[in-house]
Design a protein around this ligand. Structure first.
Ligand code: GAR
Length: 267
């Protein structure tokens, strides 16, 4: 028997994954309770889904924050506890050759938006934060303030591809354009990169010559709606253990990798 966990969600769009999670909580197949739904997009249809189920919602309008910052003079008013050098050293979105000004603008504007997200989220006690079609990269500023225990990540994401293939904003489109024979979806804990972080679960489907981007998305979403609640349930049961493992490569060199071990159920 697992305890009910308190789940917060961030969304950007239609919220069909959110709906699958809400349904799981309402039907009791998921030992969880939704405590808030936040969005970067005031027009996200998923906000209505949350309201229909009586879940508190809030919006932090990223687009208008970023637009205001681009118009204002060079000095962006970052949150007082934001440390640019620390964010630069931790982030894993841009390579070392990235334009320094662009990196600074990205990390600072996102921290401004993320400080607002954190302040809205502070009103709710939550155990797990799920990104359900949240189309913004979260930076180290936000991640470190949610993952307060280093060894216990608690931000999950669902991505429309078999990661590490096709990170970014159009996983099913990329799967189609590349001519893949198999597509899929991935649930993972997030880290400081784009759609990186230890993988919790993956599901795959076959692709035929007659499939289109739409039919691939349809097949993928159906699997997403099963996989995400299942992974959240494993979290609720305390069965996900993130572990650093060492292995020896051909040349005898010791390497490290991080995996999520799924522990057997305790009955
Ligand atoms: C889903 O396909 C999800 O995997 C994807 O956005 C869609 C949201 O649909 N997420 C990403 O691409 C994140 N990089 P939904 O709003 O109906 O759940």
């Amino acid at each position: 028997m697992s305890t009910k966990i308190r789940i917060g969600a961030l969304i950007s769009g239609s919220g069909t994954n959110l709906q699958a999670i809400i349904n799981g909580c309402e039907r009791g197949t998921l030992s969880g309770q939704m405590v808030f739904v936040g969005s970067d997009n005031p027009d996200a249809a998923g906000l209505e889904r949350a309201k229909r189920s009586g879940i508190p919602t809030f919006v932090v309008d990223y687009a208008s924050i970023i637009q205001k910052c681009s118009k204002s003079s060079q000095k962006l008013s970052a949150p007082p506890d934001f440390n640019l050098d620390e964010a630069i050293s931790k982030q894993d979105f841009f390579g070392s050759k990235a334009d320094a000004e662009k990196t600074k603008f990205f990390l600072t504007t996102r921290a401004i938006a993320e400080a607002q997200l954190l302040s809205r989220m502070k009103a709710f006690a939550y155990d797990l934060l799920v990104l359900a079609g949240f189309m913004r990269n979260l930076t180290p500023y936000f991640i470190d303030r949610v993952n307060t225990k280093r060894s216990e990540p608690r931000i999950m994401n669902i991505h429309p591809s078999l990661l590490p293939a096709f990170p970014g904003i159009d996983g099913y489109g990329e799967t189609f354009r590349y001519g893949c024979k198999v597509g899929g979806c991935t649930v993972h804990f997030i880290d400081y990169g784009e759609d990186t972080g230890p993988i919790i679960g993956q599901r795959a489907f076959q692709i035929s010559d007659t499939d289109t981007v739409d039919s691939i998305r349809e097949k993928g979403l159906k699997l997403e709606w099963q996989l995400y609640p299942e992974c959240i349930q494993l979290y609720a049961e305390g069965r996900l253990k993130t572990k650093k493992m060492t292995y020896t490569s051909g040349g005898g060199q010791k390497n490290e990798r991080t995996i999520v071990r799924i522990e057997p159920p305790t009955s």
